[in-house]
Design a binder for this molecule. Structure first.
Ligand SMILES: Nc1ncnc2c1ncn2[C@@H]1O[C@H](COP(=O)(O)OP(=O)(O)O)[C@@H](O)[C@H]1O
Ligand SMILES: [Mg+2]
Length: 262
């Protein structure tokens, strides 16, 4: 897979989601500034994010850690345009996401972002191939192109021979690999993964991490991954820790530490 869709105007995508604007290429890929999120209202309201500042550049592999309830998933949902901040700003490639129309945000999501969840979220009575084709259907790609790209994506996650199998015929690790194929089939700029190894044993978890590492290194896909597990975070070059709705620490791992994964 090439870098055809990776984030410039050659496809008209930037214009597609922000007509008339021309974001500067030197802008960080992702920039959250003072992002808050309050769920509910009045006495029952819950402030999940209390002013998140986070900048991520193209090509990074970032692990997000922190206690349960610290706001990691809320932040991921905002990064993925699945939810919006209560205040603060989210800029993607310099574009103010909060200023986009709903359908422009949907385009941004479809063309630049891929998702992987803890529970795989595959369609159950649908073959691996068709699951992987789904994001291309939303984009209106023709059938022959969809099949070819989905087959390539399945091969890239080591499931070349499993295209006809439904999720119930696959192990958890295989299902998560189908989900990764579905996420990368569109050649996204960013892969957002919320506890992708949370349901897997450590050997299967490491296989998933090896795949993410490969896509980051060979295709330049930026990876933002939530994990509780230090062994999995060890694959990332940068570890951001959330605590109580803010970024509590943000550390680059040294080359030495990377050479000796935990
Ligand atoms: N849709 C929601 N409605 C109400 N409260 C929510 C909602 N989503 C998350 N929360 C609350 O926001 C806080 C942060 O949740 P979350 O971002 O899921 O944390 P984490 O992923 O770090 O475990 C938690 O207290 C959680 O209960
Ligand atoms: Mg969570």
């Amino acid at each position: 897979m090439g870098s055809r869709l990776r984030g410039n105007d050659s496809t008209g995508l930037t214009r597609a989601f922000l007509p008339g604007d021309c974001p500067m290429s030197e802008s960080p890929l992702i920039a959250l500034a003072g992002v808050t999120k309050i769920f509910g209202a009045g006495a029952a309201s819950m402030q999940a994010l209390r002013g998140v500042n986070l900048t991520i550049n193209a090509g990074e592999f970032v692990a997000i850690m922190g206690p349960s309830g610290s706001g990691k998933s809320t932040c991921m949902n905002i990064l993925g345009c699945l939810d919006t901040p209560s205040s603060g700003s989210y800029r993607f490639k310099g574009v103010d996401v909060g200023a986009l129309e709903r359908d422009q945000r949907a385009r941004l999501r479809r063309h630049y972002l891929g998702f992987v969840f803890q529970g795989y979220n595959l369609l159950s009575r649908t073959s691996a191939l068709e699951n992987v084709e789904l994001p291309l259907i939303y984009r209106g790609a023709p059938a022959n192109e969809r099949h070819a790209r989905a087959e390539r994506a399945l091969a890239a996650v080591g499931l070349g021979g499993w295209a006809d199998h439904t999720p119930s015929e696959l192990s958890g690790g295989q299902q998560q690999r189908v989900a990764i194929a579905r996420a990368i089939v569109t050649e996204p700029a960013v892969l957002l993964a919320d506890e992708p190894t949370g349901n897997l044993d450590s050997a299967r978890g490491r296989e998933i991490m090896e795949l993410l590492t490969t896509f980051n290194r060979d295709q330049g896909i930026t990876i933002v991954m939530v994990t509780h597990e230090p062994d999995m975070a060890a694959y990332a070059r940068r570890v951001v820790r959330f605590f109580d709705g803010v970024v509590a620490s943000d550390e680059q791992r040294t080359a030495q530490a990377l050479a000796e994964p935990a």
